[in-house]
Design a protein around this ligand. Structure first.
Ligand SMILES: O=C[C@H](O)[C@H](O)[C@H](O)COP(=O)(O)O
Length: 279
C-alpha cells in the first residue's frame, strides 16, 4: 500500500469515527485548549496530523531492530504502521508485528510487515496502541472500535505499552471528553443479566452496541457482544477496583479499562507539538 493510500485510509476512518462522535453529540464538553472551534474547517486533517506526529514519535522512540512489536487497532495506529513500514524500507529495521485485531492484521499485511502471533512470539518488546481516553493517572478507556480483548492480551505480553493519541484523548479524569462509555466485552447469552448486575452495583446505563452496516448487535473479532457502560458521572473512581469487580461477573470477557498497563502516552497537539505523559 502506498503512503498516499494509507493516508487516505486514515482520513476515511478518522472522518467516520469523528463524524459519529460529533453527530452523537459525544463531545458535549471539550477542554479549553481543545475547543471545538479548533475542529472546524480542517477538522479531520488537524486530528489526523495530531495522530500522525504522536504515532511517528512513539515509533521512533520505542521500536528497535530485531524486536517484536504489538500493533494496536484504530485510526491512530494506521500512522504507527505507516512509520514502521517507512523505517523498514529506509533503515532495514527488522521487526515482527503481532496484531490486536483483524484490522491490525490487515494493516501489517498490506504494509508488507512481518506478521507474528503470540504462539511464536509470546514476549513482545513494546505494544503501540491508541486509546479513547487517557486520564491523569494513565488509566485508559479502550475498545471504542470493539478491539479491547486482543489489545489487552497483546499489551499484557509486552514489556511496555505505549499509547498514541490526538489531543482530544488527553483528560484529567475518565468521561471528561469521551462520552461513549466504557466498553465491556461479554458473552452474547449473558448480556442482559450482566447489564442488570452492573447497573445495580454501580449505577449508570449500559447499552448493547449495535452494528452500523448490519441489523443487530456489533459482534467483536472474538464473536462476543459489547456493552457500553455510561457510568453515572465523570468521577475519580478507583478504576482498578471497579475493573476487578467487573471481571468477576460470569460472562464478562474483558473490559476496556486499562489500569496500570500503559508506560507512556504521546498526544499529538493542535499546535503541532507532541505532549507526553508517564505514570
Ligand atoms: O477498539 C478500538 C481500540 O481500543 C482503539 O485503539 C481506540 O478506540 C482508539 O482508536 P482511535 O485511534 O481511532 O482513536
Amino acid at each position: 500500500m502506498t503512503r498516499a493510500t494509507v493516508k487516505r485510509l486514515a482520513q476515511v476512518i478518522d472522518c467516520h469515527w469523528n463524524l459519529n462522535r460529533l453527530t452523537n453529540n459525544t463531545f458535549t464538553s471539550v477542554s479549553k485548549t481543545n475547543s471545538r472551534s479548533s475542529y472546524t474547517g480542517k477538522l479531520n486533517m488537524s486530528l489526523n496530523e495530531a495522530k500522525r506526529i504522536a504515532a511517528h514519535r512513539a515509533v521512533d522512540e520505542w521500536v528497535k531492530t530485531n524486536t517484536t512489536v504489538g500493533i494496536g487497532s484504530g485510526s491512530t495506529v494506521v500512522f504507527a504502521v505507516e512509520r514502521l513500514a517507512e523505517r523498514v524500507r529506509k533503515e532495514g529495521l527488522k521487526i515482527i508485528c503481532v496484531p490486536t485485531s483483524f484490522q491490525a492484521r490487515q494493516l501489517i499485511v498490506e504494509n508488507d510487515l512481518t506478521l507474528g502471533d503470540l504462539d511464536r512470539n509470546p514476549k513482545l518488546a513494546v505494544a503501540i496502541d491508541g486509546a479513547d481516553e487517557v486520564d491523569r493517572n494513565m488509566v485508559l478507556i479502550k475498545g471504542g472500535g470493539g478491539c479491547l480483548l486482543q489489545e489487552k492480551i497483546v499489551a499484557s505480553c509486552a514489556e511496555k505499552m505505549v499509547v498514541i493519541a490526538d489531543y482530544t484523548k488527553n483528560s484529567e479524569y475518565l468521561g471528561e471528553q469521551y462520552r461513549k462509555g466504557i466498553p465491556i466485552e461479554v458473552v452474547p447469552m449473558a448480556y442482559v443479566p450482566i447489564k442488570e448486575r452492573i447497573a445495580a452495583r454501580f449505577g449508570g446505563e449500559l447499552k448493547l452496541r449495535m452494528a452500523v452496516a448490519k441489523a443487530g448487535p456489533c459482534v467483536t473479532d472474538n464473536g462476543n457482544f459489547i456493552l457500553d457502560w455510561h457510568f453515572k458521572e465523570s468521577c475519580d473512581c478507583d478504576w482498578a477496583k471497579v475493573n476487578g469487580e467487573l471481571l468477576q461477573i460470569p460472562g464478562v470477557v474483558e473490559t476496556g479499562l486499562f489500569v496500570n498497563m500503559a508506560t507512556k502516552a504521546y498526544f499529538g497537539m493542535a499546535d503541532g507539538s507532541v505532549k507526553t505523559q508517564e505514570k
